[in-house]
Design a protein around this ligand. Structure first.
Ligand code: ADP
Ligand code: MG
Length: 244
């Protein structure tokens, strides 16, 4: 075997697959441009590093289950009648995730809660945080399904492994007793182990109704979320209505 094929194989065995695939290109570029050995090696490894970074971010995005991408740049902060724009912009430095703090976005339908949640999730994935975006109902359904096939504990473990768990649209649909218990377990399990971001159209005082009249559980849940969390209230007309 010639030295190049040998090298290709070796790089592959060393898990440097991108370098293995592109070694010929790098070698001929180095020869043509008369690069030093150190320069050649640096270029090769930088390309490998870049490739891995991009692959990891694609994986983060896939794992987040985000189906659309939005950024905060396309958010018009002058549209809502009430919004703490500064606090929201500060969230995008993602220190709330590093500090394992929670975020609760409260407000009527159409004011951009999901938009902000998606943009934060996207930004966090780009920064290599493990995120999961889910509606409250999908999460509860997933938890219920895991009870039926005995995968509840492994699902719990997986969910607590996320740096950021986004629970969108809490309160649109009523949550039954079992759903409420499951949600409570997830949130208390994550307490101080990672961030939760909740969006809801219901003020805290109505959470008892959301949870099937269980005001005790609703109170405990709010307590968990708010203890290490920041609540941001948005008010205004629906952006959807304006657009149509
Ligand atoms: P909510 O989750 O509060 O019900 P959404 O985030 O789903 O509202 O917003 C509804 C639609 O309007 C989305 O397409 C969103 O991107 C857009 N939208 C809402 N508020 C704004 C805003 N202030 N600037 C730009 N787009 C907005
Ligand atoms: Mg929404």
């Amino acid at each position: 075997m010639d030295i190049q094929s040998e090298l290709k194989k070796m790089l592959f065995q060393l898990n440097l697959s991108h370098s293995s695939r592109n070694i010929e290109l790098h070698l001929s570029a180095a020869t043509q441009q008369n690069h030093s050995h150190a320069h050649f090696l640096m270029t090769l490894l930088e390309a490998e590093q870049q490739y891995r970074r991009e692959r990891r971010i694609r994986e983060r995005l896939r794992q987040s289950r985000l189906r659309i991408q939005k950024t905060i740049d396309s958010f018009d902060f002058s549209y809502p009648t009430r919004i703490d724009g500064q606090t929201i912009k500060t969230l995008f430095d993602l220190s709330f995730i590093r500090e394992k703090n929670n975020v609760i976005l409260l407000g009527p339908p159409g004011v951009g809660k999901t938009h902000i949640a998606i943009a934060l999730c996207y930004q966090a994935c780009l920064a290599d945080f493990k995120c999961r975006f889910s509606t409250a109902m999908n999460l509860i359904n997933e938890l219920n399904a895991s009870l039926s096939d005995n995968s509840f504990l492994s699902l719990m473990k997986r969910l607590s492994g996320f740096d950021l768990l986004i629970i969108d649209e809490l309160g649109y649909l009523p949550v039954d007793k079992q759903g409420a218990d499951l949600l409570f377990q997830i949130i208390s399990n994550r307490d101080e182990s990672g961030s939760v971001l909740v969006t809801t159209n219901r003020p805290f005082k109505e959470w008892g109704q959301v949870f099937n009249g269980d005001t005790t559980l609703a109170g405990a849940l709010i307590d968990r979320l708010v203890h290490h969390g920041i609540t941001i209230q948005i008010e205004g007309d629906s952006y959807r209505v304006r657009k149509s």
